[in-house]
Ligand binder design. Structure first.
Ligand SMILES: NC(=O)c1ccc[n+]([C@@H]2O[C@H](COP(=O)([O-])OP(=O)(O)OC[C@H]3O[C@@H](n4cnc5c(N)ncnc54)[C@H](OP(=O)(O)O)[C@@H]3O)[C@@H](O)[C@H]2O)c1
Length: 342
């Protein structure tokens, strides 16, 4: 009898597990996802993952598809080639619009459960940013792209009645005076500052859940073999490292399977083997929602630090130029002196 009981219990456990497993995978497949930053290096990878999982995905695209370009996803492909390639993927629907436009966001989010907000401003010409030549109200300015667009997406999510969560990729930005923050703010129309303010919109909005991901430097696809994945929650710091777009795209999609990552701010880097993990699963399982008080606004400090950085840079360039001018004069004088002696 005990043997029969054990067998019956095992069958029952296996049956329940099968039901749970199938319901969890079907809930993932039933999810509909809206994506911004479609043609970006991060966005295109996230969309390919979603499509391969059979997840219905609506992708925001700033320019209509050009029927004359050859679809491509190669590294050197143009934005319109990437757009054509993505448009042909299964389960993908393109929505033409701009994240800085509220009605485009409403159209994008229609019927979706989640938004992956992977857009970011296009790098401006350095002098334009250094001398603040682009007004903050311009749709290309970081304020519009990293802040107002996030506001539009929160509003669209709330109005949709279906969208519960926004995953937003930003970057480390709580230290306004750190060298790279100053540099990026100075040369990128205050991109770090406005990304932080965009994060704050998400954290302070009670209706829609968020997962904010602050990755390291994305771009280099050759991560040393001995490096492994690391994740901190509560916006805690990790030393900056190179991460790949593919790692972060996977993280954006995988976190959707972990309800405990709702209302969390994650830092994602690569660390020495032994201190991290080979995959995000075990790291995501441990994530706790944000519990500390984040600075309410760092905008003033960001702007002061960037202004100081710009002043130092301009002074440095001026000193270099006057040094070069003095040297040229001295050499010229010496040459003239030599020639006149002859
Ligand atoms: N690269 C890094 O090291 C790094 C590190 C930390 C965080 N991040 C952040 O990660 C995000 C994605 O990075 P990435 O490397 O994929 O950037 P990316 O290749 O420059 O892609 C940016 C994407 O945003 C889109 N976009 C720009 N303005 C838009 C607007 N107004 N409305 C809708 N879409 C708009 C662009 O579309 P178009 O093709 O139409 O221009 C493009 O698809 C950015 O937010 C970036 O700030 C990057």
């Amino acid at each position: 009898m005990p043997v029969i009981n054990t067998i019956m219990r095992s069958i029952a456990i296996a049956f329940v597990s099968a039901i749970l497993l199938s319901s969890s995978s079907s809930s993932c497949l039933a999810m509909r996802v809206a994506v911004t930053g479609t043609t970006g290096r991060l966005g295109r990878q996230a969309i390919q993952i979603l499509s391969s999982k059979g997840i219905e995905t609506r992708c925001l695209l700033r320019h209509p598809i050009d029927a004359n370009v050859v679809p491509s996803i190669e590294k050197d492909a143009s934005s319109s080639q990437v757009a054509s390639y993505i448009a042909n993927l299964p389960h993908v629907t393109m929505v033409t619009g701009d994240a800085t436009d509220a009605s485009s966001c409403m159209e994008l989010v229609k019927g979706c459960d989640v938004i992956l907000a992977l857009h970011g401003p296009i790098r401006p010409p350095p002098l334009q940013s250094l001398f603040c030549l682009l007004p903050e109200s311009d749709p290309k300015h970081s304020r519009s792209v990293n802040f107002l667009a996030v506001q539009n997406l929160i509003h669209a999510a709330r109005e949709s009645g279906t969208c519960q969560r926004i995953v937003r990729v930003t970057g480390k930005g709580e230290e306004p005076t750190s060298f790279f923050t100053v540099l990026i703010n100075m040369l990128g129309n205050m991109a770090k500052a406005w990304n932080y303010e965009g994060e704050q919109l998400l954290r302070t909005n009670p209706d829609i859940d968020y997962t904010i991901i602050r990755p390291g430097v994305m771009g280099n696809d050759d991560i040393p073999m001995e490096k492994v994945l690391a994740l901190t929650d509560n916006g805690q710091d990790l030393p900056v490292s190179a991460v790949t777009h593919s790692q972060i795209a996977n993280l954006c999609v995988e976190c959707l399977e972990y309800p405990n990552t709702a209302r969390s701010t994650l830092t994602a880097m690569n660390v020495k083997s032994g201190t991290g993990a080979e995959s995000y699963g075990p790291l995501l399982a441990k994530v706790q929602p944000d519990s500390r008080t984040f600075p309410t606004s760092l905008l003033k400090e960001h702007k002061q630090a960037a202004r100081m950085g710009a002043a130092i840079l301009v002074a440095f360039v001026a000193v270099c130029l006057s040094g070069i001018a003095a040297l040229t004069n001295a050499i010229g004088g010496a040459v003239v002196g030599l020639l006149s002696k002859k």
